[in-house]
Design a protein around this ligand. Structure first.
Ligand code: ADP
Ligand code: MG
Ligand code: MG
Length: 353
């Protein structure tokens, strides 16, 4: 029997378009002997619409938007969309959320799927939420004794009350350069590198436009190396890859607009560094109680010190993104990777029952 796979894509976040491209690629890669493909589109306003079953690849994004006028709020539509108690829609076996950022990768959609008792691909509520909040993530890493950069955090109201004290704390504990980031975002949105007080003040104002909580980190000069982790209770690690951005740091533009960033796979690192990275990545995976997949991102300093930067619980997933490329170089091609992720999601669901 074929698996009825629901693909959930689009969404309200800044990564809407990336998600659409991912959906197109996943649809193209799915083996139609094994899967029935059921698309569910989330509009940029966060409304949901379930499309008809697809019988083959689509060649443009528009074809995946369906009739957006029929879109409804997720809470109204979700039971019908997924469980098929609508007259013309079928119940789905497993959902693959191809979503990034808030309202997709942060545990909210995962919570909805839990309530509906549906198996889904990837991380559960806790790991998704903790992975999205950089402050929580780093606190958990600290508890697992993982080496990382020094950081401080503020909520907006604290800063509004004591701006000067906030800046002095950053300067006293971290100094320059430092990186200011909204706590709950990805894709480098709202992130600034600061080299002096004026830049710091502007960076606070900017980051607080995206979130009520921000994190400030000590800036390091380092190579950026990443590994992919795949599995549930017995996670496996891919080969390592390096990102070489052309811009000053790996910002939004470098990620999505100019294809200039080089990905070097496998990364040119020693076996010792790779082994240490693998051990740290799996330790981070377990500390956050991850399942399915994660991309773990590291800084490798000139002195050879490895620092964990972050994990991404739903990493970029087009065939040209780092995570699928890492697995390709490890011997797992894109269609097989998708199949493994669907199986891991189904297994995890069974284990919870
Ligand atoms: P996101 O979740 O948006 O990807 P990151 O924390 O990975 O946020 O930061 C984005 C990029 O900014 C990194 O890939 C790196 O190039 C740069 N960067 C972030 N933090 C630091 C830091 N503490 N020191 C040096 N570079 C950093
Ligand atoms: Mg991230
Ligand atoms: Mg990152």
């Amino acid at each position: 029997m074929r698996t009825k796979l629901g693909l959930l894509y689009g969404g309200k976040s800044a990564e809407h378009k990336v998600s659409m491209q991912t959906a197109m690629a996943v649809i193209k890669a799915l083996d139609l002997e094994k899967f029935d493909i059921h698309p569910i589109y989330i509009t940029t306003e966060g409304q949901w619409v379930r499309g008809p079953q697809l019988t083959g690849p689509v060649d443009n994004i528009k074809a995946l938007e369906f009739n957006s006028e029929e879109a409804q709020s997720p809470t109204a539509l979700a039971p019908k969309v997924f469980n098929g108690n609508d007259h013309d829609s079928q119940a789905l076996d497993v959902i693959f959320p191809l979503l990034h950022g808030p309202n997709g990768e942060d545990g909210t959609v995962q919570g909805l799927l839990e309530l509906l008792n549906l198996p889904y691909v990837g991380n559960g509520v806790l790991a998704s939420a903790a992975g999205m909040d950089k402050v929580f993530m780093k606190n958990i890493f600290a508890q697992a004794d993982l080496a990382q950069v020094a950081y401080v955090s503020f909520i907006r109201s604290e800063w509004e009350k004591e701006r000067e004290a906030s800046y002095l704390k950053v300067e006293g504990q971290l100094g320059y350069p430092c990186f200011v980031k909204p706590a709950n975002l990805g894709s480098s949105v709202g992130i600034s590198k600061c080299s002096n007080r004026e830049e710091l003040e502007n960076a606070f104002i900017d980051a607080f436009q995206f979130d009520r909580k921000i994190i400030i980190e000590e800036g390091v000069v380092a190579r950026e190396i990443e590994v992919g982790i795949l599995g549930n209770d017995e996670p496996e690690c891919s080969v390592a890859g390096e990102i070489i951005p052309k811009t000053e740091f790996y910002d939004y533009k470098a990620k999505y607009e100019d294809g200039d960033t080089a990905l070097v796979i496998p990364a040119d690192i020693s076996e010792e560094v790779y082994d240490e990275m693998k051990e740290m990545a799996i330790r981070a995976y377990k500390a956050l109680d991850c399942s399915g997949l994660v991309r773990a991102d590291f800084f490798l300093t000139k002195e050879g010190k490895l620092l964990i930067n972050e994990v991404n619980t739903m990493p970029g997933f087009t065939p040209f993104s780092m995570f699928p490329l890492l697995w390709k170089h490890t011997g797992v091609e894109y269609p097989e990777l998708i199949k493994r992720l669907v199986d891991l999601g189904t297994e995890r669901h069974k284990e919870k029952q």
